[in-house]
Design a protein around this ligand. Structure first.
Ligand SMILES: [Zn+2]
Length: 161
């Protein structure tokens, strides 16, 4: 007996695969084929691609694999649809970013992402936000509980390093 929940919702799957293809095609043509005049004209003044887009697509592929795995275990089409909507949005956003003409905004997003990666890799320091003014404060790790004074507004707060 096949119940309705035991088949993968095809439309979600299909839409996301299409979007992934669009993403990869734009990416490939943009980065490798600079001889294509039509495409260059189309991309003129548009942002193109960057490390944030690459990270989003890697995440999309990982999530879609996870989604297939979860579907094989739980056979829940509701869960499947929910998760695939999540990475569908990510894909849509990555394509939107590539075609965007607001280059300053896209660069700022990418810079935020690069800074985030840098903080993740930083083994010597920890980063906190000032509870008062949201200023990011960097302090050395492994100092136990310390009192931190915000350099911007002077607020003092206690954090574990
Ligand atoms: Zn502050």
């Amino acid at each position: 007996m096949f119940s309705e929940t035991s088949c993968i919702p095809e439309s979600f799957c299909y839409n996301n695969i299409c979007m992934l293809e669009v993403h990869i095609i734009i990416n490939l043509i943009y980065t490798e084929n600079d001889g294509d005049v039509m495409f260059r004209r189309f991309m003129y003044g548009r942002y193109g691609t960057d490390k944030l887009n690459l990270a989003m697509v890697v995440l999309v592929v990982a999530l879609s694999l996870l989604n297939s795995l979860l579907f094989a275990i739980f056979e829940s089409s509701v869960l499947y649809s929910l998760l695939s909507s999540v990475y569908g949005v990510l894909l849509f956003f990555s394509i939107y970013r590539m075609l965007s003409r607001n280059i300053a905004a896209r660069r700022a997003e990418n810079q935020k992402w690069l800074n985030f990666c840098k903080r993740l890799r930083d083994r010597d320091n920890r980063y906190f936000r000032c509870p008062h003014c949201r200023q990011r404060v960097r302090v050395p790790r492994h100092k136990g509980k310390i009192s931190i004074r915000c350099p911007k507004c002077g607020e003092k707060f206690i954090r574990k390093t």
